[in-house]
Ligand binder design. Structure first.
Ligand SMILES: Nc1ncnc2c1ncn2[C@@H]1O[C@H](COP(=O)(O)OP(=O)(O)O)[C@@H](O)[C@H]1O
Ligand SMILES: [Mg+2]
Length: 295
């Protein structure tokens, strides 16, 4: 069974195309990322999946049921936001319990479920603390717990780490990965940070201006970029036209092509014969790709 299927999802805002024919299918337990620069349509895509926004055309299936016109409450989806969205005047326990109280579960059931989820995110010892006393990383773990406790079929993350500093970002992303593996919940994770997507995902869709540029495993999008955008955005490649490709690397490409090479594959070498910068470079492991220029 597919957990989420998008078929040709397009969205126009004021007749401007923000998403163009997005299609993919997620298997159970898969961690899927959508990565792309700011403004490329990531949040809009998540909002459409969650039912907070409707597509201009296309269809959405959740657990093989057509959900295109369902309200958010009927979709069995949990969202983790960038800004935590916790209730500041409540304790960790009450924040996590809230969704279950709305569902009118019994007190003992709530206690058991919240306790078990807080243990999973390693926040059990802070259950009775006010959320305002927590660090950013802890707050993000509570917001994750609050979503997981409702047992959604699908978890959506909208740049959940962008408010954290670098060290905490790494720590929290490992935590998300561990939890996702442990619970096995199918997830769509959007981020502008390609290293996050590469580290976390089973598969990645690279999005630019509302169009999927490439969809594949982290290995595929990194080592086999299908176009210039993906090569540049995912691998920070350096590009060489046919003159330089020949002169520096002795590789023949056409005039309407570019050679892309990872920076880490290029090494400076001792230059005794010539003082041109070009001859002081070599490719180390020789990983490159050739792309047609579409301008
Ligand atoms: N409600 C809206 N009305 C009009 N334009 C919108 C609306 N929401 C988003 N947009 C536009 O859609 C584009 C994609 O936005 P968004 O999905 O937020 O991108 P991202 O999350 O990748 O930064 C942007 O150009 C944004 O200005
Ligand atoms: Mg966004």
């Amino acid at each position: 069974m597919s957990i989420l299927t998008l078929k040709n999802i397009s969205k126009l805002f004021d007749s401007i195309s923000v998403l163009d024919k997005i299609s993919f299918e997620l298997n159970k337990g898969e961690f899927f990322s959508v990565v792309g620069p700011s403004g490329c349509g990531k949040t809009t895509l998540l909002r459409i999946i969650a039912g907070l926004e409707f597509p201009t055309s296309g269809e959405i299936f959740i657990e093989d049921v057509n959900a295109t016109n369902l309200i958010p409450q009927k979709r069995k989806i949990g969202i983790v936001f960038q800004n935590y969205a916790l209730f500041p005047n409540m304790t960790v326990f009450d924040n996590v319990a809230y969704g279950l109280e709305v569902k009118k579960l019994s007190k003992s059931e709530i206690k058991e479920k919240v306790g078990s989820v807080l243990e999973k995110v390693r926040m059990n010892d802070k259950a009775n603390k006010s959320v305002t006393t927590l660090s950013g990383g802890e707050q993000q773990r509570v917001s994750l717990a609050r979503v997981i406790v409702t047992e959604p079929a699908l978890l959506l993350f909208d740049e959940p780490l962008s408010n954290l500093d670098y060290a905490l970002r790494l720590e929290t992303r490992n935590e998300i990965k561990r939890l996702q593996r442990e619970i096995g919940i199918t997830s769509v994770y959007v981020t502008h940070d390609q290293s996050e997507a590469l580290a976390l995902s089973d598969r990645i869709a690279v999005l630019n201006k509302g169009v999927v540029q490439q969809l594949g495993t982290p290995h595929e999008v990194y080592f086999k970029p299908e176009n210039i955008f993906t090569a540049d955005f995912i691998g920070h490649s350096n590009f060489f036209d046919n003159d330089y490709a020949k002169e520096i690397f002795n590789i023949d490409i056409n005039k309407d092509e570019l050679l892309s090479v990872f920076p880490e594959e290029i090494i400076p070498v001792e230059n005794t014969e010539s003082n041109t910068w070009a001859r002081s470079l070599q490719i180390k492991n020789y990983r490159h790709s050739v792309h047609r220029i579409f301008n």
